[in-house]
Design a protein around this ligand. Structure first.
Ligand code: PAF
Length: 283
């Protein structure tokens, strides 16, 4: 594996691979890699000849300076995982390399970026669009891989791709969970042992909601039940739970029990903000 820190070296490595006829897969990450990231990389490895993984904690997508400061950084362990996963290039740039000057671009991300995370974290998705569009413009991958834990992020990235006219396939990959159901996340390491023991309740309650939805098609009632059940768990506070159209991410007024929906939740456990989601109806 080549570890590269400049855009010029990255462009050169990718150009060489493309000249040799390779298809290129990109897995953008912010490091602190876990088995969820590894599953994206393994998929990219299966589907592409040349795999690039970026490791960059992107400051422009953090609307909370404390979150940026405390975001876990584990570069040495990350590089070991990337080598073991057979990655061709690890792109590990500095902030100055990516942003030699401030990125003032404002993307017209539309309604998918206005709800849920977009409403709670102003500027977050614009920052995601900035970094992902930069990465796409350096690599021009055939495919880029993103985890469905950040379900809304994938919709926002699709919108950015449409706006910028990138030609590539966005590959959404299923959420990877611990055996107890907790969605894998780089932020999980910040949970205390007690919080970590409680955290699987989030997925348990969402899964129960999908069961409940077999009988109950009242979206408001389903949402309310989830919020009440999670808030009843010691140390948990729901920021939002919204069941939305799986494609447009807009609220649904009435549901026929069949149309694909996704329920997205954000839960605070102390100062750790966890997100998760689940698809309706029951498969
Ligand atoms: O999902 C993430 O880890 C980040 O938002 C991404 C896509 C790597 C952009 O910084």
């Amino acid at each position: 594996m080549k570890e590269i820190s400049t855009v010029a070296q990255l462009r050169e490595a990718v150009a060489d691979a493309k000249k040799a006829g390779a298809t290129v897969g990109l897995v953008p990450t912010m490091g602190a890699l876990h088995a969820g990231h590894v599953s994206l990389i393994e998929r990219a490895r299966r589907e592409c000849d040349f795999v690039v993984v970026s490791v960059f904690v992107n400051p422009t997508q953090f609307n909370n300076p404390d979150d940026l400061r405390t975001y876990p950084r584990t570069l040495e362990a990350d590089c070991e995982k990337l080598t073991a996963a057979g990655v061709d290039v690890a792109f590990v740039p500095s902030v100055e390399e990516i942003y030699p000057e401030p990125d003032t671009r404002v993307f017209d991300l539309g309604p998918v970026a206005e709800v849920m995370e977009g409403a709670m974290r102003p500027g977050h998705f614009n920052g995601v669009a900035q970094i992902v569009s930069k990465l796409f413009s350096y690599v021009h991958p055939d495919r880029a891989y993103f985890g469905e834990k950040d379900y809304q992020q994938i919709a926002v990235i699709r919108r950015m791709v449409e706006l910028e006219g990138f030609k590539l396939e966005i590959v959404p990959c299923p959420i990877k969970r611990h055996d107890d159901g907790l969605a894998m996340s780089s932020r999980n390491v910040r949970l205390s042992a007690e919080q970590r023991a409680q955290a699987p309740a989030i997925h348990r309650i969402l899964a129960q909601s999908v069961e409940d939805a077999v009988e109950c098609h009242d979206i408001n009632a389903l949402q309310q039940r989830v919020v009440e059940a999670i808030n009843a768990v010691d140390g948990m506070e729901v920021e939002y739970y919204q069941i939305v159209d799986a494609l447009t991410l807009q609220p649904v007024a009435a549901w026929d029990g069949r149309h694909p929906l996704v329920g997205c939740v954000t839960v605070w456990m102390g100062d750790v903000r966890l997100i998760d989601n689940i698809k309706y109806p029951k498969a």
